[in-house]
Design a protein around this ligand. Structure first.
Ligand code: GDD
Ligand code: MG
Length: 360
C-alpha cells in the first residue's frame, strides 16, 4: 500500500479571470478537472490512499471525486481553517495516514503536470534509504522555483526557494513539486502553525544532517502557474504528449465532449477541447485551445492557444491567440485579441473594437 498527500490550497488558486468561483484544480484540462489527472496518475502508479490537503470547503471537491473509488483509490479530505503553508498542510494531512514511521509517503504539489515515473521515485527513495527524496527537473530560468543542487550521487546539498540574488543561482535543477517522505520525518514538522516545507523544513533537515536525495528525471514537466501553461497542459494531455488515464476519450488532435456541436467545415487541431454543449461554427479554426462548456466560437473565427470560459461567446471573424476569455464574456465579431490578453468574466466587447494589426 502506498499513501500520498495532495496539496491543493494556498494563494492564487483561482484561474482568474477565467472562472468566477471555481478553484484552478477544478477547471477542466482535457475535459476533466485538472486534479483528476493527478489522482488518476497516482492511482496508476500504485497509490491506494490519498489525503487531499485543502484550504477550501470540501464541497468543492467531494461532489466530483467522492471517496475516490471511481479512481481506484481511497480519498480523504482535510480542510485547513487557515492556510498552513506547504509543510503545515503536509503535517496536518498526515493525521489521516495509516502507515508506520518508516513507510514512504508521496507528496504532490497540486499544480504540476508531469510524466514522472512515480513508482520509480519511491524505489529510488528506498534504495538509498533517504529521509526525503525529491523529483528534480532542469529549467532554463530557475528563479521562480526552489533550487536544489546535488552532488554526483544525488545527495541534496542545499535548498533555496525563489533565489533573490544572482549569486544564489548555483544550479538549473529545481524542485519539481513531488516528494517521497519517510513518514517519521513528517511527524517532526511543527504542528498547528504555518510551515513552508521549502523555506523551513528542507533547509532545517539539511542543517541537521538528514539525507535528502534528488532524482533528476528529465521527463514531461509543466508548472500550471500561468493560464498559458494550463492551456498547454490540456492540449498535451489530449494529444498524449503526457499520459493520463483520466482523459475522457482517445488521444488525438481534438477532444469533443458529449453534446458539443462542431459544424462541418470547422477545423479542430493541436489538442483542442470542445466542452459539453459548446458550439464551434462553420469555418472556425481552433488549435491547441480549450473551449469550456456552453461556449460559442463564431463563424470563420480563429482561435490559437487560448482558453474560452464557460458560456462565453466569441463572434464571427475574430482572432484569438494566447487569449483568456472569462466565463460568460461576450466578444463581438471582427476583434483581434492576442498576446496574453485576459478578458474578465461576463465582460462585453463590442464588434470591431480591438485589433493588433495595421488599420487597413
Ligand atoms: N493545503 C495547502 N495549504 N496547500 C498549499 C498551501 C497551504 O497553505 N500553500 C500552498 N499549497 C499548495 C499549492 O496549492 C500548490 O499545489 C503547492 O502547495 C505549492 O504551492 P505554490 O504556491 O504553487 O508554490 P510555488 O509554485 O510558488 O512553488 C512550489 O512549486 C515549485 C514547482 O512548481 C515550490 O514547491 C517550489 O520549490 C517548486 O519549484
Ligand atoms: Mg505553484
Amino acid at each position: 500500500m502506498t499513501e500520498a498527500i495532495l496539496l491543493v490550497g494556498g494563494q492564487g488558486t483561482r484561474l482568474r479571470p477565467v472562472t468566477v468561483n471555481t478553484p484552478k484544480p477544478m477547471v477542466p484540462a482535457a475535459g476533466v478537472p485538472f486534479l483528476a489527472h493527478q489522482i488518476a496518475r497516482a492511482a496508476a502508479a500504485g497509490v491506494t490512499h490519498i489525503v487531499m490537503a485543502t484550504c477550501y470547503l470540501a464541497e468543492v471537491f467531494e461532489p466530483y471525486f467522492g471517496d475516490g473509488s471511481a479512481f481506484g483509490v481511497s480519498l480523504e479530505y482535510v480542510v485547513e481553517d487557515e492556510p498552513l503553508g506547504t509543510g503545515g498542510a503536509i503535517r496536518n494531512a498526515a493525521r489521516r495516514l495509516t502507515g508506520g514511521p518508516d513507510e514512504p509517503v508521496l507528496v504532490f504539489n497540486g499544480d504540476i503536470l508531469t510524466g514522472l515515473d512515480i513508482a520509480g521515485l519511491v524505489d529510488a527513495h528506498r534504495a538509498v534509504d533517504a529521509d526525503v527524496t525529491l523529483h528534480l527537473v532542469r529549467v532554463e530560468d530557475p528563479r521562480a522555483f526552489g533550487l536544489v543542487p546535488t552532488d554526483p550521487e544525488g545527495r541534496v546539498l542545499a535548498f533555496t526557494e525563489k533565489p533573490q540574488t544572482p549569486e544564489e543561482i548555483v544550479t538549473d535543477q529545481i524542485n519539481a513539486g513531488c516528494y517521497v517522505f519517510r513518514r517519521g520525518v513528517i511527524d517532526s514538522i511543527p504542528d498547528g502553525r504555518p510551515v513552508s516545507v521549502e523555506r523551513e523544513t528542507f533547509p532545517g533537515l539539511l542543517a541537521s544532517g538528514a539525507r535528502l536525495h534528488g532524482v533528476t528525471e528529465d521527463t514531461y514537466w509543466l508548472d500550471l502557474g500561468k493560464p498559458e501553461s494550463f492551456v498547454q497542459a490540456s492540449a498535451d494531455l489530449v494529444r498524449g504528449v503526457v499520459s493520463s488515464p483520466a482523459v475522457p476519450g482517445p488521444r488525438g488532435e481534438a477532444l469533443v465532449l458529449p453534446g458539443a456541436k462542431v459544424a462541418d467545415g470547422a477545423l479542430l487541431s493541436g489538442g483542442t477541447v470542445v466542452g459539453v454543449g459548446a458550439r464551434v461554427e462553420a469555418g472556425a479554426v481552433v488549435a491547441g485551445s480549450i473551449v469550456l462548456d456552453g461556449a460559442v466560437v463564431g463563424e470563420d473565427t480563429r482561435v490559437t492557444a487560448s482558453l474560452i470560459g464557460s458560456g462565453a461567446s466569441v463572434g464571427s471573424r475574430t482572432v484569438l491567440d494566447g487569449a483568456v476569455i472569462g466565463d460568460g464574456a461576450v466578444i463581438g465579431s471582427d476583434n483581434e485579441l492576442r498576446a496574453g490578453v485576459r478578458v474578465w468574466c461576463e465582460s462585453e466587447l463590442p464588434a470591431g473594437s480591438v485589433r493588433f494589426s495595421s488599420d487597413r
